[in-house]
Design a protein around this ligand. Structure first.
Ligand SMILES: Nc1ncnc2c1ncn2[C@@H]1O[C@H](COP(=O)(O)OP(=O)(O)OP(=O)(O)O)[C@@H](O)[C@H]1O
Ligand SMILES: [Mg+2]
Ligand SMILES: [Zn+2]
Length: 214
């Protein structure tokens, strides 16, 4: 490693300014791994942290050290961690598609959407209509609107101009067939579940510990 990179590395570690809003921190001290030697880092809990630095300065190394420190199956120790009690798990997201298709959502990545689809398929209205869990997906054929393939939008190709999108005239942007949207859980359709912020929709799963846990 060049002297320049090493200098930058130190700067990267110590340039952290304590937030006035976020008070809770994960503190990682005395980190030694690859080109990181006895450095300290702090990450606010409940906030977004971005690690920046020149190529080779140790960004991926730092991220790997943090992630692996929470992996109970690995006995590797890169430093001492303080304040990580509230962290349940670490999920590594890379440039590779997060699910079977690039249209997968965070919900499908966490596998909670599989559970929600199953829950919807077990509702008596769904059973009567013989709706399977996969029919509650907008990424595969079955319950989605086939006119827009579950996007709720239709692409309009324009000569000499970039393509534009309009609301799908078949489903009016509802993405699913009327049959699928006739099934509700606590008054919410599968589309409501997808479109309502987690902080609100979590209320309908209040009694389902399994979902709250995710
Ligand atoms: N799997 C590995 N095994 C051993 N050394 C590695 C490994 N990956 C990276 N390194 C070394 O660790 C040092 C830091 O590299 P790292 O990949 O963490 O930098 P980076 O800041 O993430 O760079 P980039 O911006 O290119 O992604 C470099 O000297 C690199 O050669
Ligand atoms: Mg990297
Ligand atoms: Zn449609």
């Amino acid at each position: 490693m060049s002297a320049g990179a090493k200098k930058y590395n130190q700067k990267m570690m110590f340039d952290f300014k304590e937030s006035t809003v976020l008070k809770d921190f994960l503190k990682f001290e005395n980190i030694s791994f690859r080109n990181i030697s006895q450095q300290n880092a702090m990450f606010p809990i409940g906030g977004i942290t971005c690690i920046t630095g020149v190529s080779g300065s140790g960004k991926s190394t730092l991220a790997t050290a943090v992630a692996e420190s929470f992996d109970k199956n690995r006995a590797k120790k890169y430093g001492e961690i303080y304040g990580g009690e509230s962290i349940k798990r670490i999920i590594k997201v890379t440039q590779s598609p997060i699910g079977k298709t690039p249209r997968s959502t965070v919900a499908s990545y966490l596998e909670i959407f599989d559970e929600i689809r199953t829950l919807f398929s077990k509702i008596s209205a769904a059973k009567k209509l013989k709706l399977s869990p996969s029919m509650f997906s907008m990424n595969v054929k079955g319950g989605r609107c086939e006119c827009c393939q579950g996007t709720g939008l239709q692409k309009i190709e324009l000569n000499f101009l970039p393509s534009t999108y309009i609301t799908c005239p078949e489903c009016n942007g509802q993405r699913y067939s009327d049959e699928i949207l006739s099934v509700t859980y606590q008054g919410k359709t599968i589309l409501d579940v997808l479109e309502t912020p987690i902080s609100e929709i979590i209320e309908i799963f209040r009694d389902t510990k399994k979902y709250i846990r995710f």
